[in-house]
Ligand binder design. Structure first.
Ligand code: PEP
Length: 251
């Protein structure tokens, strides 16, 4: 198995600290020693407790679901990359479509967050993906291409090596509709070509590109079987320990 593989769960605004601890523990027990990186994207209030679990479980990591682009200051309610790094957080999900839609985040802001995360030593999981009308109009490569360019194309190659990309067609998130393995593969290959053209073959071949959008135990294997699909970013199905473990084992 290639060392660029990963399955990341995005719990979103679900689970209390006690529920989150039980969920992570149950996943760790179901999976045993994973053959891939397994990431729990947890609510901010649970980061330290889940980090305490993952730090003792080889192959498991913890991710924040967001962070602020400034180091510190009068930003009530926010968390900085420095704080995440100091808490031992490995990854941060940035640019999720829910952050773009409900909190007005655009690629200029997300780019600033990516730079801060990298400077602090927290690896960004950068989410991109088109809405349904864009796909229907056949403009999905143009839109995703622009997202990749704006968010990533001023990074140094060494910085890009730290970035995980998650292609998440917005029409497939939380809808039960999944991109077909061919649709996922086409877009992942397109993204990898863009990385190749800008950063070179070596970076392109080592970049992890996850698929996200209604990944379930019964469709994971087919999606993960595509050559440029390196794993998944999983929302709803990451809240069920046995189901999420089955998705991890499908990779
Ligand atoms: C997500 O929110 O990143 C996601 C992929 O959600 P779901 O798996 O529920 O579609």
């Amino acid at each position: 198995m290639s060392n660029r593989t990963m399955v990341a769960g995005n719990w979103k605004m679900n689970t209390t600290p006690a529920e989150g601890a039980a969920l992570a523990q149950a996943v760790i027990e179901h999976v045993g020693t994973p053959g891939t990186k397994v990431v729990f994207g947890v609510p901010a209030i649970q980061l330290t407790q889940i980090q305490a679990l993952t730090s003792k479980a080889p192959g498991f990591y913890v991710a924040a679901q967001n962070m602020h682009q400034e180091d510190s200051g009068a930003y009530t309610g926010e968390i900085s990359a420095r704080m995440l790094a100091a808490a031992g957080v490995d990854y941060v999900i940035l640019g999720h479509s829910e952050r773009r839609d409900y909190f007005g985040e655009d690629d200029t802001l997300i780019h600033a967050k990516i730079l801060k995360a990298l400077a602090a030593g927290v690896q960004p999981i950068y989410c991109c993906g088109e809405k349904l009308n864009i796909r229907q109009a056949g403009n999905h490569e143009m839109v995703v291409g622009k997202q990749i360019e704006q968010a990533l194309f001023t990074l140094e190659a060494e910085q890009m090596r730290q970035v995980v990309i998650a292609y998440e067609p917005v029409w497939a998130i939380g809808t039960g509709v999944t991109a077909s393995p061919e649709q996922a593969q086409d877009m992942h290959a397109f993204i990898r070509r863009m990385i190749h053209n800008y950063f070179g073959q070596d970076v392109a071949e080592s970049t992890t590109i996850l698929y996200g959008g209604s990944v379930k135990p019964d469709n994971a294997e087919e999606l993960f079987g595509m050559p440029d699909v390196d794993g998944g970013l999983v929302g709803g199905a990451s809240l069920d320990a046995a189901g999420f473990a089955a998705i991890v084992k499908a990779l």
